[in-house]
Design a protein around this ligand. Sequence first.
Ligand SMILES: [Fe+2]
Ligand SMILES: [Fe+2]
Length: 203
Amino acid sequence: MQIMQRYQVKDKIAFLENRLSPKRFRHSCNVARAARQLAQKYGADMEQAYFAGLVHDICKEIPFEEQYQLMTAGTFHPDLAELNSRKLWHGIAGAEFIRSEFAVENEDILNAVRFHTVGRAGMSLLEEIIYIADMISEERDYKGVEKMRRLAQNDLQTAMLEALKDAIASVMKKKGLLSQNTIEAYNFYILQAQEHKTDVIKK
Ligand SMILES: [Fe+2]
Ligand SMILES: [Fe+2]
């Protein structure tokens, strides 16, 4: 299939199967599929979505020292909370990894991987797709996943706002650090929802 050629998806699947635990590999394949479906629904590039979904956790299971090195070697500028929250390193490290090892130059794909953990204000359609696909992939079974799946099919921005609210609540509950990117993303989607409401009233 020509669509799979641009990013040599077959090779990447083999690479990931070797590199990741079976559980993480399955998750990655499921995120890729969910991302492709959302891309089709919302008119994004399906191949890019599939590829970005596939590789989004590519650095999740390498030692933290390696994640740290990749994260700080690249040009993806972790913020203070990201630097101090090891769970967030793999997104930034993953973006640097696919840039340096797979020669991925597409900024949108790099940003989709880089921001899949924290979000950011003004996310592109592809970034939103990867963020949400990660939340709704087939094997996910957390409380509220069905609601998130419904939202994802109705309106990506509303899904993003809900996902960010949950993410922030969960970080606060654990007394974790909130990335500036997450706060700005939350504000961005709140403002967007308010504007949307005003538009509806005006009409
Ligand atoms: Fe991740
Ligand atoms: Fe993930």
